[in-house]
Write a protein that binds this ligand. Structure first.
Ligand code: PEP
Length: 248
């Protein structure tokens, strides 16, 4: 039985005051939440969130890392630094990193490896563009994205990886994949993992991301192969985020 996981991706949205309000709001409603809940904060706020969530059920994540250990990489942040602030999770390969910062499947695979080598659990994002779905290439695209990571870290490493299927056309658009569209792709992803290792396929959490909100979360998370959500916009309001956390 896979535990439901709900992760918030705040992206580049935060201030000290907003973080305080958001975390205090989430903490005040966590008593009856059974899902594992992760908040992925921008780097400057990791320390603040770490302090606020001590001894709570909330877990901390970052939104990216640099694949190098240390050195002359101005503006970049390493796995070690992220861990130093209590983060256990890190989003890798988000579609915004892939499209805006040119992260290729190879770069994403390398970052997944660095996260694993540093005992950070990657929230490894995959998903197709609208034109790729419309041309019938969804399965080919997600296969390619997953295979790049399997080739780099091996299938067994997936026992420490959370997959997030995020159709790019559904991210931040208000257009959500239908539960059937999402379930079909999740089932395909699991079957692809199963070709390499049946046990890993059954135990790997596969989250859905793309305009999940309090209204559609229950139906999506209720699908057999959808193990939770990676939430952007709706993770910025504690009431909405908590309602999604309670949907699992
Ligand atoms: C995301 O950025 O990972 C995401 C799913 O965003 P939204 O929920 O806003 O679509």
């Amino acid at each position: 039985m896979r535990q439901t996981i709900v992760a918030g991706n705040w992206k580049m949205n935060a201030s000290k005051e907003a973080v305080n309000t958001l975390i205090m709001g989430i903490l005040s409603g966590m008593a009856d939440v059974k899902s594992k809940v992760i908040v992925c904060a921008p780097y400057p706020y990791l320390s603040q969130v770490e302090a606020l969530i001590t001894h709570s059920q909330l877990h901390l994540g970052a939104q990216d890392l640099n694949a190098n250990v240390s050195g002359a990489f101005t503006g970049e942040v390493s796995a070690d630094m992220i861990k130093d602030f209590g983060a256990q999770y890190v989003i890798i390969g988000h579609s915004e990193r892939r499209s805006l910062y040119g992260e290729t499947d190879d770069v994403v695979a390398q970052k997944v490896q660095v996260a694993l080598d540093n005992d950070l659990t990657p929230l490894f994002c995959i998903g197709e563009l609208l034109e790729e779905r419309e041309s019938g290439n969804t399965e080919a695209v997600v296969s390619r994205q997953i295979q790049a990571v399997i080739d780099r870290v091996g299938i067994k490493a997936f026992k420490n990886i959370i997959v997030a299927y995020e159709p790019v056309w559904a991210i931040g658009t208000g257009v959500t994949a239908t539960p059937q569209q999402a379930q079909d792709t999740h089932a395909f992803i699991r079957s692809m993992l199963a070709k390499h290792d049946g046990d890993i396929a059954q135990s790997t959490p596969i989250l859905y991301g793309g305009s999940m909100n309090p209204t559609n979360a229950e139906e999506l998370i209720g699908c057999e192969d959808i193990d939770g959500g990676l939430i952007g916009g709706a993770s910025l309001k504690s009431e909405d985020f908590l309602r999604i956390c309670k949907a699992g």
